[in-house]
Design a protein around this ligand. Structure first.
Ligand code: ZN
Length: 211
């Protein structure tokens, strides 16, 4: 069998899988095939047919994501994203191979966790997409992200202006973690005033102490 014929065999197997999990909605239970079950079966069939899947990472970038969670605490997450690819290889004839470019995104409170979760999820999705598998658990972690305020694009008029803090009167300067525009936008949002970062921190600490 060539690589493409082997992939068809894997796809046939996936289609025959039994629904092994039960999801609940407000109205009724619905059976579905769990991703773990699918992946385990794909891996078994890949071994049997001698098919390899080799990941490769080509570009990766990292940025910080500052937000205030639903409990009012300042938090930092790390967002890693990058370009990667997967190569399907027919181990019986290693020149018989197929490369597919892919992306990954990860967001966690630690850098290494962020990269790891990004790669893990991207591989899960790559496998599911490769065999046109839809499941009802497409939010894999069911993470509660409701407390995160997504960053809006920063309006152009905020980017080159000079601002003065309404508390201390000093010019608002950027910090290692935040640009001027982010500081201004954040302080207007949470304190309805333009404030420098040290005055924001003072007010934040005071509000924490008052609780
Ligand atoms: Zn100030």
């Amino acid at each position: 069998m060539n690589l493409h014929e082997k992939m068809v065999e894997i796809r046939k197997l996936v289609k025959a899988l039994k629904k092994d999990a039960v999801g609940k909605t407000g109205f009724k239970d619905y059976p579905y095939i769990s991703t773990d079950n699918i992946l385990e079966n794909i891996m078994d069939k890949m071994n049997e047919l001698k098919v390899l899947l080799v990941p490769s990472l080509s570009e990766c970038s990292l940025r910080e994501f500052n937000y205030i969670n639903s409990a009012g605490k300042e938090k930092v997450d790390f967002i890693t994203q990058g370009m990667m690819g997967f190569t399907w290889v027919n181990a019986e004839d290693p020149k018989d191979r197929e490369y597919a470019p892919w992306y990954f995104f990860g967001q966690q409170d630690e850098v290494s966790k962020s990269l790891g979760s990004g790669l893990t999820y991207s591989q899960r999705y790559f496998l599911k997409m490769s065999f046109q598998i839809a499941t009802d658990e497409d939010d894999p972690d069911q993470r509660d992200t409701s407390g995160k305020q997504p960053q809006k694009p920063i309006p152009q008029e905020l980017t080159n202006k000079v601002y003065h803090c309404e508390d201390c009167g000093l010019e608002v300067k950027d910090t290692a973690k935040k640009t001027i525009a982010e500081i201004v936008e954040g302080s207007q949002k949470y304190y309805k005033k333009i404030l420098c970062q040290s005055c924001v921190s003072k007010r934040f600490k005071a509000s924490q102490g008052a609780k």
